[in-house]
Design a binder for this molecule. Structure first.
Ligand SMILES: *Cc1c(COP(=O)(O)O)cnc(C)c1O
Length: 414
């Protein structure tokens, strides 16, 4: 453990651990996947952490995920990279709750679109970049469906690190542009995210970059873990009944579950955990299929297609961790169609004034379906994750015009 100086925070990392077989790995060293090709999890001395930090201390700090420094692996403050992170708001949707006859329950949106670069990828990539800097890396590479690349480019440029990024050629235009503008070199690849991931892996030796693919380095999960810490703090350390999470690689779902496990071990929350609900699109639903088949791993999904690019992930290296969290929590996995996703986006925007991204809208579509078929009840307090700002996505054009030189029919506007 590093001693705390006035400017420094104590660090409680003890070691890293293979998520598959528990094998230990030394902290403070460069790591990718474990020897058996599975994600590594950071482990902490939670007893010491619980003695060093109090809920009151956290309440006094300014918002944003860096306030949870003692729960995170960065040892030196000089490696922390900040772009104006905020504690993202929980926004209740009372009008839709009424419309859906939700009695004593509540529908709450956690709006992650307010983070730097407009998505919750900021959490994971801020941590990955800070740790890359701490471990002396200079050049980072990743495959992305858009938001992860934008977040990595922004945080890496702010830290003075170089980035090379590969995205499927149908990645939303704005994502490709923002990645390049924020200092990365970005390539459009005629394939899916797993094809891009292969390029990152194959090029490592020659190009000399470090692979920051989802879960292939240990720290993005720690960044996404802050979603669980934040939601616990915001809700007075009492967790909701269910969390609907749009699941691609699953970093956030796995990270939140890890946060709850750590908080419970510290005695900060009770053993009552939310049901974790993995939401996917019917055009790419490997986790839903594995959940329904009762298996631990999800085979690659063929011909993946959905307009919700963030959850178009045909294969996930942390599949068994997602499925474990879903099953251990008494949750479930559910797929919704693109039509339902866009209908949900329009409904939430119109009724509640919240412009969700398609992936976020998928959680509302899934919630409605689950409510209708009894998988959740009208007394459940549920949190839906809106992972990015809706403004980053193509939105319907408006054709209504007005000729100011002609008489205006104000009566029709009454
Ligand atoms: C990355 C992403 C997801 C999926 O998040 P994971 O934690 O990787 O499963 C969902 N929606 C959007 C908008 C994303 O950028």
């Amino acid at each position: 453990m590093v001693n705390a100086t006035p400017q420094e925070y104590p660090n409680f990392v003890t070691h890293l651990e293979c998520s598959m077989n528990g094998e230990r790995y030394e902290a403070g060293k460069l790591h990718g996947l474990s020897k058996v090709g599975r994600p590594l999890l950071v482990r902490y001395d939670l007893e010491a952490l619980a003695k060093a930090v109090t809920k009151e201390m956290l309440a006094e700090r300014k918002g944003g995920f860096w306030k949870y420094r003692e729960f995170l692996p960065v040892t030196k403050t000089e490696n922390v990279v900040e772009l104006g992170e905020v504690m993202t708001p929980l926004i209740s949707m009372p009008r839709l709750a009424k419309k859906l006859d939700v009695g004593t329950g509540e529908i709450i949106v956690k709006d992650e679109g307010r983070l730097p670069t407009g998505s919750f990828k900021a959490r994971g990539l801020a941590l990955a970049v800070a740790m890359a800097k701490e471990l002396g890396l200079k050049h980072l590479a990743m495959p992305t469906n858009g938001n992860a690349g934008a977040a990595m480019a922004a945080y890496a440029s702010h830290s003075g690190l170089r980035t090379t990024i590969f995205c499927p050629d149908d990645t939303p235009e704005v994502n490709v542009s923002e990645i390049e503008l924020q200092g990365a070199t970005v390539y459009r690849v005629n394939g899916l995210i797993n094809d891009c991931g292969k390029i990152v892996g194959d090029g490592k030796g020659t190009a000399g970059w470090f692979d920051v693919s989802t879960l292939k380095e240990p720290y993005r999960i720690e960044g996404k873990k802050t979603m669980g810490l934040e939601i616990a703090e915001q809700m007075g350390w009492k967790l909701p009944d269910a969390i609907f999470y749009p699941t691609g690689g699953g970093t956030g779902l796995i990270g939140m579950w890890k946060a709850f496990e750590e908080l419970e071990a510290m005695g900060w929350i009770s053993s009552k955990r939310p049901r974790m609900i993995a939401v996917q699109a019917t055009g790419c639903a490997p986790i839903v299929k594995a959940y329904e088949d009762g298996v631990e791993h999800a085979p690659v999904w063929q011909n993946a297609h959905t307009a919700a690019a963030g959850i178009r992930v045909p294969i996930a290296v942390g599949d068994f961790l997602i499925l474990r969290a879903v099953r251990d929590s008494g949750g479930f996995a559910i797929a919704v169609t693109d039509e339902a996703i866009f209908a949900a986006r329009d409904e939430v925007a119109r009724e509640e004034g919240l412009l969700l991204c398609p992936e976020g809208a998928a959680t509302f579509a899934a919630y409605k379906e689950a409510l209708a078929n009894g998988q959740v009840t009208a007394s459940d307090k549920v949190v839906l994750y809106n992972c990015a700002t809706g403004l980053k996505y193509p939105i319907p054009q408006v054709d209504r015009t007005l000729d100011r030189h002609q008489p205006i029919d104000y009566a029709s506007m009454a």
